[in-house]
Design a protein around this ligand. Structure first.
Ligand code: PMT
Length: 450
């Protein structure tokens, strides 16, 4: 009998394993769909998390231990992660662990004077590009469905316009309960994304649906949310940054454009599925992933680069701050300091946008307008004078928005209407503008879309 005993145990284990796999198979669709979608082009999807601000909500579930890995994987994918924990979550994992991994103080309380002083909860709600609640307990899902806001995380979910995703984690009976299913259906009908749950063996020993998806799957599904497909297959040319117009071998005329707005547009267009060529003046920014970048210096160089890359493009977005004037003559030697004042004669540079729009054919042309006064009137004049399909007007020269700021606001105009995009980080603003461009492009080209 002692010799036979281990064999019996092994056989029982094998049967248990097959039984578990069989039962999991019954609940497979959700998990399988996620992993199938994810394996498609894992690398490129994950890269769309670069520079994204993810607010990770952690609620009370044994799966909270997986949040540590989730924070690390999101950070590895280039996202900035702000963790917010409920009281119940702190019984499973400490704020200190998640703070160490995210590099940011974890927020836990709604009425926390110290946290409010650094970043108020409304500010946190605005900060996020995406809120992911993982694990999301049955109780927290019920709170969300009811629209309650009696703790920091539920208040943030209610106060934010960012997309919200929940990764449920609970006992299988709790998940299958009609109340939970009704809550989940209600959240789905409001556009909340559901990540899982997976099915399998649970911490309580039961088997069934309710397991939180693995961190890698949550990361990939989060990344996929930024890949909108609104410009799938479209070819987009974007200009960005300043131009430099030489005065002599060591001096030039330029402006304060950092290139941030144009580069954010390039990244957003790629996320929307476009093939992007970015023609940039001198800036100190890394090239967004999957973007073809061409560096230029002067307005003349930029015009030449635009013209030789225009063939086959469908959309042009001119976010570059092209110098309007350049020195009439470029001195071949450094100009010597002389007594008294100096004169510099200037001539106009070629207007790149006007040249493109004059012969645009089916091209959809979007210009920018940088104005210090009469924003809308001046922008509409430029829209009409340059025969543009759309113009994005921004106020420049003030402390907020415009040149070399991380944030900006736009008044977007097209021949038959317009819309305002409020002050926000340039990455977010770019995504909103790309969405508008895609809509107007589709309205202008109904057959291309059918
Ligand atoms: O780069 P950042 O620091 O992020 O700042 C962003 C920005 C303020 C530079 C950007 O949002 C912006 O407003 N870009 C356009 C700046 C500008 O040159 O505006 P404008 O109103 O002077 O020109 C109108 C349009 O004509 C622009 O699309 C411009 O690219 C284009 N233009 C202008 C002159 C010229 N010679 N050729 C052009 O193509």
């Amino acid at each position: 009998m002692p010799d036979v005993y281990p064999t019996i145990v092994q056989v029982i284990n094998v049967i248990k394993c097959y039984l578990t796999r069989f039962i999991c198979g019954l609940f497979r669709p959700v998990a399988l769909k996620a992993s199938r979608v994810n394996s498609k082009s894992e690398r490129s999807w994950v890269s769309s998390l670069t520079n994204k601000r993810i607010l990770l909500g952690v609620t009370g579930s044994i799966a909270a231990y997986k949040s540590a890995e989730l924070v690390r994987r999101l950070s590895d994918a280039g996202a900035t992660v702000q963790v917010v924990m409920t009281d119940a979550a702190q019984a499973f994992v400490t704020p200190f662990t998640l703070q160490t991994l995210s590099g940011r103080a974890v927020h836990t309380a709604l009425m926390d004077a110290e946290a409010e002083a650094t970043m108020g909860h409304i500010e946190q709600a605005r900060w996020a590009d995406l809120i992911v609640v993982a694990p999301a307990s049955a109780n927290f899902i019920a709170k969300l469905a009811a629209g309650r806001s009696d703790d920091l995380l539920s208040a943030l979910c209610l106060a934010s316009q960012a997309p919200l995703a929940v990764a449920p984690a609970m006992n299988q009976q709790m998940w299958l309960n009609e109340a939970t299913q009704a809550n989940v259906a209600s959240l789905a009908s409001r556009g909340v994304k559901l990540f899982g749950p997976a099915a399998g063996e649970q911490a309580c020993g039961e088997v069934g649906p309710g397991r939180m998806l693995e961190p890698a799957q949550i990361v990939e599904m989060s990344a996929a949310l930024f890949e909108t497909g609104q410009l799938a297959g479209r070819r987009v040319l974007i200009t960005a940054g300043p131009t430099q117009e030489d005065i002599d071998p060591v001096r030039y005329l330029s402006n304060r454009s950092s290139g941030k707005m144009g580069f954010a547009l390039a990244a957003a267009a790629v996320e929307a599925g476009a093939q992007v060529t970015l023609i940039s003046g001198p800036v100190a920014l890394p090239t967004p992933e999957r973007v073809t970048r061409i560096d230029v210096r002067s307005a003349e160089d930029m015009l030449a680069a635009v013209q030789s890359n225009l063939d086959g493009q469908e959309i042009v977005i001119a976010a570059a701050a092209v110098a309007d004037y350049r020195p009439l003559q470029v001195a071949t030697q450094k100009i010597k300091k002389q007594a008294g004042s100096a004169q510099l004669s200037l001539e106009q540079t070629p207007d790149i946008l006007e040249a493109i729009a004059a012969d645009k054919g089916g091209l959809f042309v979007v210009g920018f307008a940088a104005e210090t006064e009469h924003l809308e009137e001046n922008a509409r004049l430029k829209l009409e004078k340059k025969s543009l399909d759309m113009i994005a007007a921004n106020r420049v020269g003030s402390a907020q928005g415009g040149f070399d700021n991380d944030e900006n606001a736009l008044k977007v105009l097209w021949p038959t209407g317009g819309a305002a995009l409020p002050m926000q980080p340039k990455e977010k603003l770019a995504r909103a503008l790309i969405e508008m461009i895609a809509e107007r492009f589709d309205a202008k080209n109904p057959t291309k879309n059918s």
